[in-house]
Ligand binder design. Structure first.
Ligand SMILES: O=C(O)CCC(=O)C(=O)O
Length: 344
C-alpha cells in the first residue's frame, strides 16, 4: 500500500472540508453554480447511471478489440514529473482496452498504479465550433451515464473518462482550458486536495524557460515536498473524499491533486465554459502562455523569452506584490510554449 497520505493530514486545523449537498431539485443549483468560486460536492448525483456497475471485466468484455493509448509512469505519479525529460514525463503505451483493464486489475499494487487512462488519449465528447463530437469507440459508454443538468449544452467543452487502480497520484495542477469542471466519481474512491487560484505564488509552478514543459503543474511533489517548498504546508487546503455517486465541482482555474484509493476507480468529468469567465492570476498567466502559442512566437529568441518570462513573473508576483527573482541563466524554451501541452 502506498504511503502517500498527501499534502496535509485532514485533521489539520487549516484544512477545509469541501461542502457537501444533496439535491431534491437540480434547477436551483443550475442557476448558481456557474458563478460559484468555491468547490462543492453533490452527493447521490449519479442516480440512474448504469455506469455505477462498471467493472474492469465487464468493460473489457464490451470493448475487447478497441486499440487505445494509456499513460505509463515509472511510479504512481501522473504525469511522471519525477522524470527528467518530456518524453518520460508524458510517456504513453498502446494496447487493447481489454489489456489495459487487465493491467490495472491484476498484479502487484505498485505496478497497477503505473497506468492511467484519461480523455487526453481518447475523449468521450468534445465540443468545438458549436458542434459536439462523440468518440465512436467510446460511444457505448455514454449510454451508461447522463450529462449533469447544471450547464447549457452549448457551454460544454469536453467530457473525459478516467480509469485507474489504487495508488495513482495525479500531480498538482490547474486545467488550462479555463473551464469549470464537474468530476463524477462512478466507481471506487479518490481523495482530493484543492487550492484557490490566489495561491499561485505559493504553489511553485514550473516556470516558462525553466526547461519543464508541464507549465500548468507544480514543482512540488505533494507526497514528498522538497525542503525549499516548506511554505506549502501553510497553504489553505480544501479536502474531500469522493465516493461512488459524488459529483465534485472544481471552479475554473483552481489547483487540484487526487490520490486514487479504490480498487477500481472510474470517473467521468465534464468541463464547461463559465458564462462569466473568471479573471484572476492563473487566468492571466495562462493568457500569456496561450498568446505565445497562438502567435507561434519564436520562443527560443532571447527577446521573446525575456518578455514572456517577465509576464509570467508578473502574474506570479501579483499575490504578494513582490517581484519574483529573475533566474540567473534562463534556458531556452524550444518547443515548449508553442507545443500543445498534454493536460490533465
Ligand atoms: O482524477 C484525477 O486524478 C484527476 C482529475 C482531474 O485532474 C480533473 O478532473 O481535471
Amino acid at each position: 500500500m502506498y504511503q502517500c497520505a498527501g499534502p496535509r493530514d485532514h485533521r489539520h486545523p487549516m484544512n477545509i472540508a469541501v461542502e457537501r449537498i444533496t439535491l431534491k431539485d437540480p434547477t436551483e443549483l443550475a442557476l448558481t453554480l456557474d458563478d460559484r468560486d468555491v468547490p462543492l460536492i453533490v452527493s447521490g448525483a449519479l442516480e440512474g447511471w448504469r455506469a455505477l456497475a462498471w467493472t474492469p471485466s465487464e468493460l473489457a468484455r464490451r470493448l475487447p478489440q478497441l486499440e487505445v493509448e494509456y499513460k505509463i509512469s515509472t511510479s504512481n505519479a501522473h504525469p511522471d514529473l519525477r522524470q527528467p525529460s518530456a518524453d518520460a514525463i508524458f510517456r504513453v503505451e498502446r494496447g487493447t482496452f481489454a489489456e489495459f483493464m487487465r493491467l490495472i486489475s491484476t498484479g502487484p499494487e505498485e505496478t497497477r498504479s503505473r497506468y492511467l487512462f484519461s480523455g487526453l488519449e481518447k475523449y468521450l465528447i468534445r465540443r468545438r465550433d458549436g458542434r459536439s463530437h462523440i468518440d465512436p469507440d467510446l460511444a457505448p459508454l455514454l449510454a451508461d451515464l447522463n450529462i449533469p443538468p447544471f450547464f447549457h449544452e452549448s457551454q460544454l467543452h469536453a467530457a473525459w473518462c478516467w480509469f485507474s487502480a489504487r495508488g495513482v497520484r495525479t500531480w498538482l495542477h490547474y486545467d488550462q482550458n479555463g473551464c469549470h469542471n464537474l468530476n463524477a466519481q462512478v466507481t471506487g474512491s479518490k481523495r482530493c486536495w484543492l487550492y484557490a487560484p490566489d495561491e499561485l505564488s505559493r504553489l511553485h509552478l514550473f516556470s516558462l524557460g525553466g526547461g519543464n514543459p508541464a507549465l500548468n503543474c507544480s514543482e512540488i511533489d505533494v507526497d514528498a515536498p522538497a525542503p525549499q517548498f516548506a511554505g506549502f504546508a501553510a497553504v489553505p487546503t480544501f479536502e474531500a473524499v469522493l465516493l461512488p455517486g459524488d459529483l465534485l465541482f472544481i471552479p475554473a482555474w483552481w489547483f487540484h491533486t487526487f490520490l486514487h484509493v479504490g480498487d477500481f476507480n472510474s470517473n467521468v468529468n465534464f468541463w464547461w465554459k463559465p458564462a462569466n469567465p473568471r479573471w484572476n492570476v492563473v487566468a492571466a498567466r495562462q493568457a500569456v502562455l496561450d498568446a505565445a502559442a497562438t502567435a507561434a512566437l519564436d520562443e527560443g529568441h532571447p527577446n521573446t523569452l525575456a518578455c514572456l518570462q517577465a509576464m509570467d513573473r508578473a502574474a506570479l508576483s501579483r499575490r504578494f506584490g513582490t517581484p519574483i527573482p529573475v533566474p540567473a541563466s534562463p534556458s531556452t524554451t524550444h518547443g515548449l510554449a508553442t507545443s500543445p501541452l498534454p493536460q490533465l
